[in-house]
Design a protein around this ligand. Structure first.
Ligand code: PLP
Length: 375
């Protein structure tokens, strides 16, 4: 028998979460009498750990997919995805351009070097491109001073046939927690891009789920939103749970108790004895460790569910095992089901919060050795 750990991916939850986003876009667009934004479902990093194949199966209602790994994009085409695919980092070297053409990938253009590669490319089918403006994320994108020049070059490539659709995009740094910063980024985007033709793309999950942010864009513009994390049932907001947003966890990480120990008062538990029992305790050893993707830095008290009942992590997470408190669960024993996060257990965001990180990191870190079942 294989180790009892597995991850379940729920296609219906992925579909549900996309529908929540789509429905919100539709209702706020109708209320404000404007065209509904298109959705690029972001599926980078193996669909945030959920699997490219599963994402393609579940996100059929999205108008496009966004990612950054060429192999993943090719896989989407092989699976029959024939709608737009936006590559969020664009191409990396001249030879990539042929792959972009062969698979009809939209490219992000965020630097002069990419424009130069396009200009130098042999004639071929035109690509669609989103030219990226750095409005304050300080990550990818042309500076506001360089943007008009970059856009002019892109439009020249359009007239030469190397580009077809040319649009503009930016990325918000604090749409989850700071409206003033987000508004300043938006205002800068509009100052720079107001008179430039083409579609716009601004919003990640947090901004998509904050309708006023995408409603800021002029209604006549074709707009694409780029939600990622919310589609997987994890919250983009520090102070609001995924459940409150109507989202369902799409990944459930589960395992079983494989050993039970009686621990006398004063005895340490696990490596480093970072937990010492203050009274006699019963603890269970779960077949799940940091080599499965569970965060090693999760502290004592991190929530976990055993036999459907909430309990807590004790001691340091090992490579293949972790230890939980069974003192108040006398019926739990070897074989008892454990949910590390997801349906029937703590949310991935609760575990991430306890471990001082975000749900994104835990979902993406699911280890390849963990068997996945899809329902
Ligand atoms: C350019 C871009 N757009 C959209 C997203 C999706 O962000 P989120 O998962 O917060 O919705 C990301 C993710 O980092 C991104 O880099």
């Amino acid at each position: 028998m294989p180790r009892p750990i597995s991850a379940s991916i729920s296609l219906s939850s992925l579909k549900h979460n996309l529908a929540v986003v789509a429905q919100q876009l539709i209702s706020f667009s109708q209320q404000n009498r404007r065209v509904v934004p298109n959705i690029w479902a972001v599926i980078k990093a193996n669909a945030y750990g959920h699997g490219i194949d599963n994402a393609v199966r579940a996100f059929g209602q999205a108008q496009g997919l966004a990612m950054l790994d060429l192999d993943e994009a090719v896989r989407c085409r092989e699976l029959g995805w024939d709608k737009p695919i936006l590559m969020l980092e664009g191409f990396f070297e001249p030879s990539d351009i042929r792959v972009f053409r062969d698979y009809s990938l939209w490219t992000t253009v965020h630097c002069q070097e990419q424009l130069d590669m396009l200009k130098a490319a042999a004639p071929g089918p035109g690509l669609n491109a989103m030219i990226k403006l750095n409005t304050g994320m300080s990550r990818l994108g042309f500076s506001p001073a360089a943007f008009a020049g970059a856009y002019r070059q892109a439009l020249e490539e359009q007239s030469r046939g190397a580009l077809c659709i040319v649009g503009k995009m930016t990325h918000f740094a604090r749409s989850d927690d700071d409206a003033r910063v987000t508004e300043a980024q938006f205002n800068l985007f509009m100052d720079v891009c107001r008179d430039l033709p083409g579609p716009v793309s601004l919003c990640n999950s947090a901004a998509t789920l904050t309708p006023r942010y995408w409603l800021w864009a002029p209604p006549e513009l074709e707009q694409w939103v780029r939600p990622g994390i919310c589609l997987y049932g994890s919250t983009p907001f520090p102070g609001q749970s995924a459940e409150d947003l109507g989202l369902e966890p799409a990944m459930t990480l589960k395992s079983r108790i494989i050993s039970v120990q009686e621990v006398p008062a004063g005895q340490g538990v696990g490596y480093g004895h970072v937990f010492v029992a203050s009274q006699r305790m019963r603890v269970g050893v779960v077949a799940c460790g940091y080599a499965d993707g569970y965060p090693r830095h999760a502290p004592n008290g991190t929530p976990v569910t055993v036999d459907g009942r909430p309990t807590q992590l004790l001691g340091r997470v090992s490579m293949d095992m972790l230890i939980v408190d069974l003192t108040s669960l006398p019926n739990a024993g070897i074989g008892s089901p454990v949910v590390l996060w997801g349906q029937g257990g703590p949310s991935v965001d609760q575990v991430a919060h306890a471990a001082g990180t975000i749900g994104y990191e835990l979902l993406c870190a699911l280890a390849p050795r963990v068997p996945v079942d899809v329902s």
